[in-house]
Write a protein that binds this ligand. Structure first.
Ligand SMILES: Cc1cc2nc3c(=O)[nH]c(=O)nc-3n(C[C@H](O)[C@H](O)[C@H](O)COP(=O)(O)O)c2cc1C
Length: 310
C-alpha cells in the first residue's frame, strides 16, 4: 500500500491511475478567431443520459487550456483502434494538427475527425475547478457513432482489442504458439542470450515447446525485473516448415535494469540472431520506430503483409 505522500512525487499516483483501462478521445473547439484547436484526452466520462451530459478534464498547463475554458462549446471525438497516430498528433504541441488530420465540422463549427467511432458536439456548462485540472461539462446537442472498434489505453500504452482478436483467430484456438515481444527502452531493444548456443533472441514464451501466452511472457519479463507498459500487436506469423505459430508484441520497458542487455539499434549484432524471421521483424521495428508509424504483420515466416495503423 502507498500512502499518498507529496514528497514521494506524483509518479506512483500517476501509475495507479494508469491501471484504469480507458478509450482515447480528441477534444476540439474553435478559437474566437475561428482557428481549430484540439488535444488528446482519456479523461472522458459519460455522465448523464437524461439530460445528456459528458465530461472531460483539462490540464491547466495545456496550451489550449484558455481556449477551452473560454469556448462556448466543444466536440469529443472517440478514436478508432487504427488512430494511434492521430492520438499522438493531438497529444503533441504541433501547430499544424488540423493540416495533417482529415476533419469536417459540426453544426456548431467544432472539428469532427474522419474515421472516429463516435463524436459528441456539446455546449459548455460552467467549468469546475479541481486542483491542477478543470472539469469541462458538455451538454450534448448532437452525436453520431458507427461500428468501428475503439482504441484502448492503459499503463501509458495503446491497446487494440479488435487486432488482438484477429491475432487469436489467425493462429486458431488450440495451436501451440510462441508469444514474444520486442521490448524497447530509450531507443534500445532487449535481446536475451541463449546460454547453450550463445545466440540472441527477443524475449518470448513457448520457445521450449510448451504453448506460450501473453501471461507467461509477462511472468518471464517480471522474473527478469522488467515491467512492460505497452503491448501492441506487432506480428503474427506461421513457420512454413514446422507450422509453429508466433505472435509478437511491441512493448516499452519501465527501465533497463542491470543484468539485462538492451542494444541500441545500430549496435545489434545481427550475426548472433539465429532466426531470419526475428531479424526481419526487428529490422521492420527499427524502420518503423524511426518514422513512429507502426504496422502489424500477418503471414508466414516467408511471405505476408503489413497492415499499417493510421
Ligand atoms: C492517451 C492520452 C490521454 C491524455 N489525456 C488528457 C486529458 O484527459 N486531459 C488533458 O488535459 N491532457 C491529456 N493528455 C495530454 C494532452 O493531450 C497533451 O498535453 C497535449 O499536448 C495538450 O495539447 P495543447 O498543449 O496543445 O493544448 C493526454 C495525452 C495522451 C497521449
Amino acid at each position: 500500500m502507498s500512502k499518498f505522500d507529496r514528497n514521494l512525487g506524483l509518479r506512483q499516483l500517476r501509475n495507479a491511475f494508469g491501471t484504469f483501462l480507458t478509450g482515447v478521445t480528441v477534444v476540439t473547439c474553435r478559437e474566437e478567431s475561428g482557428i481549430p484547436r484540439g488535444f488528446t484526452a482519456n479523461s472522458f466520462t459519460s455522465v448523464s443520459l437524461h439530460p445528456p451530459r459528458l465530461l472531460i478534464c483539462v490540464d491547466k498547463t495545456a496550451e489550449s487550456f484558455d481556449v477551452f475554458t473560454q469556448s462556448k462549446g466543444f466536440a469529443v471525438n472517440i478514436l478508432a483502434e487504427t488512430q494511434i497516430e492521430i492520438s499522438g498528433l493531438f497529444a503533441s504541441k504541433r501547430a499544424d494538427k488540423f493540416d495533417i488530420a482529415d476533419w469536417s465540422e459540426s453544426e456548431n463549427g467544432n472539428p469532427i475527425l474522419e474515421g472516429v467511432c463516435a463524436w459528441f458536439d456539446c455546449k459548455c456548462d460552467p467549468v469546475i475547478d479541481v486542483g491542477d485540472h478543470i472539469i469541462l461539462i458538455g451538454r450534448i446537442e448532437s452525436y453520431d457513432y458507427n461500428g468501428n472498434m475503439g482504441l484502448g489505453y492503459v499503463r501509458g500504452g495503446y491497446l487494440s482489442l479488435g487486432l488482438e482478436q484477429s491475432a487469436v483467430e489467425a493462429v486458431g484456438g488450440d495451436a501451440d504458439v510462441i508469444v514474444g515481444a520486442i521490448v524497447e527502452y530509450d531507443g534500445k531493444v532487449l535481446l536475451i542470450e541463449n546460454a547453450v548456443t550463445g545466440e540472441l533472441h527477443v524475449p518470448a514464451s513457448g520457445l521450449d515447446g510448451t504453448s506460450g501466452s501473453l501471461g507467461k511472457l509477462q511472468n518471464y519479463l517480471t522474473q527478469l525485473g522488467i515491467g512492460i507498459s505497452l503491448s501492441v500487436l506487432f506480428a503474427v506469423f506461421e513457420n512454413e516448415k514446422t507450422g509453429q505459430q508466433s505472435i509478437y508484441y511491441r512493448a516499452k520497458a519501465d527501465s533497463d535494469l542491470v543484468g539485462n542487455k538492451f542494444w541500441s539499434f545500430d549496435e545489434i549484432p545481427w550475426q548472433r540472431i539465429g532466426s531470419d524471421a526475428i531479424k526481419i521483424m526487428l529490422q521492420r521495428y527499427i524502420d518503423e520506430s524511426k518514422r513512429q508509424r507502426y504496422g502489424i504483420y500477418f503471414g508466414s515466416d516467408r511471405d505476408g503483409a503489413v497492415e499499417t495503423l493510421r
